[in-house]
Design a binder for this molecule. Structure first.
Ligand code: NAD
Ligand code: UDP
Length: 318
């Protein structure tokens, strides 16, 4: 793994650094010899996620809500703060919108003050329930502006708008990534996302909850691959702003995911069918040609391998 000398060492701010993705990004940057400041409200993140590097002298934690301004001296900003699971972002939808919109403004103001690069963790949800398949970055999406998912989808869309406006108006160097469903160790076991739900249910031999008929599709990316994509984009020596899709283009139905999880855990769980949540997208698959061309990035860890690693983690959470 590359280790940087003093001159190449960067001080990096990660908002949402105590969450699932943020803690992996923090760990990777610390392992490469950089300094990391993690600003997190601990709404869905936990200090447990920081356990393996909490005592690293290059790491600092600040309990902070991104809806308030923040002043720190850093070389780069990764803006990840936002609950990602539907049950968490729908818990207080007004705060979810504020987190995306005010959080983006506060972090962009900081980037402007510091004249530094800033990466925004956007989402495939900006495509909504897509009518174009697979989704390319030039697709504008099919999003309900007033549904239960809108606080997240429209908040993230507005954050993208703000990033582009700050780029055009203030010359801020932005990096916009649209993340497709990502999974792995340190997902919160109770956050309601499909991979964590299915694995916990299977390990406990409890019924696996399929919403709808399980024919809707998702494309699942293992966390380690995604984080490599983030860092490649941030380190890219060009004015590329994105948006760039990052995700694994291999698409599965939710039923296929359930079958894989049951097999890999040797579970006795049965399937139960529950109502499909409102506005649940029917299909989702990234077109990652742009990531391949501009970053030389593509996922290397496929579903069975990634699920096995994730199952080993969740076994420690029983
Ligand atoms: P997560 O819920 O595990 O992490 C989010 C982190 O942000 C948590 O630590 C939480 O405490 C923190 N946070 C939430 N609101 C905050 C606020 N107002 N101020 C400060 N901190 C706040 O979710 P994740 O999966 O790690 O997602 C990280 C980012 O990536 C999010 O922006 C999410 O929208 C985006 N994303 C994730 C996925 C995925 O599949 N994991 C997909 C698309 C987009
Ligand atoms: N899902 C499911 N059972 C669960 C949790 C989720 O069938 O216990 C479905 C959900 O309806 C959706 C897919 O799995 O179609 C992915 O859901 P998740 O909340 O993980 O992510 P998102 O909908 O944001 O892609």
């Amino acid at each position: 793994m590359a280790h940087y000398g003093y001159s190449a060492r960067k001080r990096v701010l990660i908002t949402g650094g105590a969450g699932f993705l943020g803690s992996h990004l923090t760990e990777k940057l610390l392992d490469s010899g950089h300094e990391v400041i993690c600003a997190d409200s601990l709404f869905t993140g936990t200090k447990d996620n920081l356990a393996t590097f909490r005592d690293n002298p290059n790491f600092e934690f600040i309990r902070h809500d991104v809806t308030d301004p923040l002043q720190v001296e850093v070389d780069e900003i990764y803006n990840l703060a936002c609950p990602a699971s539907p049950i968490h972002y729908q818990h207080n939808p007004i705060h979810t919108v504020k987190t995306s919109v005010l959080g983006a403004i506060n972090m962009l103001l900081l980037a402007k003050h510091l004249q530094c690069k800033i990466l925004q963790a956007s989402t495939s949800e900006v495509y909504g329930d897509p009518t174009v398949h697979p989704q390319k970055e030039n697709y504008w999406g099919n999003v309900n502006p007033i549904g239960p998912r809108s606080c997240y989808d429209e908040g993230k869309r507005c954050a993208e708008t703000l990033f582009y406006d700050y780029h055009r108006q203030e010359n801020i160097r932005i990096k916009l990534v649209r993340i497709f469903n990502t999974y792995g160790p340190r997902m919160h076991p109770g956050d309601g996302r499909v991979v964590s739900n299915f694995i916990m249910q299977a390990l406990r031999n409890e019924p696996i909850t399929i919403y709808g008929e399980g024919q809707q599709t998702r494309s699942f990316c293992y966390v380690e691959n995604l984080i490599d994509g983030f860092i490649k984009f941030m380190d890219l020596d060009s004015d590329e702003t994105g948006p760039i899709n990052l995700g694994n283009p291999n698409e599965f139905t939710i039923l296929q995911l359930a079958e894989s999880v049951i097999r890999l855990t040797n579970s006795r769980s049965e399937l139960v069918f529950k109502p499909l949540p409102t506005d649940d997208p029917q299909q989702r698959q990234p077109d990652i040609s742009k990531a391949r061309e501009t970053l030389g990035w593509e996922p290397t860890i496929q579903l069975e391998e990634g699920l096995s690693r994730t199952i080993s983690y969740f076994e420690t959470k029983l």
